[in-house]
Design a protein around this ligand. Structure first.
Ligand code: DX5
Ligand code: ZN
Length: 218
């Protein structure tokens, strides 16, 4: 399992997004949190900002859609050129169709589960996804405390994915820091989103490297 780090621009300076993307050249992805003030109680950005970011960085975009109608919007992010598009299981009414549409545009398709959503009911969707995102905070805001109660679910997800063939990445998002990343890696996660841990540091690239080392040596 190769460790991948996906810094979340939710904690970046929104007036300087191009510079903030350039500050993490050693990252594997740039995590873009799309929030609609309905699925989560916060509002961030949408397709026009993603379109601008695609021109401003060579990092692939990891778009995490925390919105009420992902079936309508997710394919458009893939069509624009996002490298990965994540929809929430709690919000999608037609996940198979939507995940297939995402893939049809050449993007990786991912399914996200809130902390209180069990993974077992989604085993049947493993063939439709390239990544499973297990939220380690309730989605909506950066800088929240990591929820240890998700760790057993990461282990269950890792076992399901291994049984399936091991090709699906397991991402964690929320409260991932140099203190918590090793626990996630030990439990079986391999893609790590970090917002405040990266963009709250003066040296963003050093923060990415420190997270990577902590995850890789866990
Ligand atoms: C929260 C977002 C996260 C957020 C994580 O709902 O999905 O991507 O940026 O922020 P930190 O790493 O600060 O918990
Ligand atoms: Zn996110």
């Amino acid at each position: 399992m190769a460790v991948q780090i996906s810094p979340s621009i939710l904690s970046a300076d929104f007036a300087r997004l191009a510079d903030e993307a350039a500050a993490v050249p050693n990252a594997d992805w740039l995590h873009v949190d799309v929030m609609d003030n309905h699925f989560v109680p916060n509002l961030t950005l949408g397709l026009p900002v993603v379109e601008a970011l695609l021109k401003a960085t060579s990092l692939p975009l990891d778009c995490h859609l925390m919105i009420e109608d992902p079936d309508r919007w997710a394919p458009l992010y893939a069509e624009l050129g996002a490298g990965s598009v994540t929809i929430h299981a709690e919000a999608s009414r037609a996940p198979v169709r939507t995940l297939r549409q995402i893939r049809s545009f050449g993007a990786r398709a991912a399914l996200a589960l809130n902390p209180g959503t069990a993974v077992e009911p989604y085993e049947g969707l493993l063939g439709e996804i390239d990544m499973l995102l297990l939220m380690t905070v309730e989605p909506g805001f950066g800088g929240q405390e990591f929820l240890d109660m998700v760790l057993p679910k990461i282990r269950i997800a890792r076992a399901l994915v291994e049984r399936y063939g091991g090709e699906i990445w397991i991402q964690v998002d929320g409260g991932v820091t140099t203190d918590t990343i090793a626990r996630c890696a030990e439990a079986g996660a391999d893609v790590f989103v970090a917002g405040s841990a990266v963009y709250g540091s003066a040296d963003r690239a050093a923060a990415v490297e420190e997270l990577r080392v902590k995850a890789a040596t866990a």
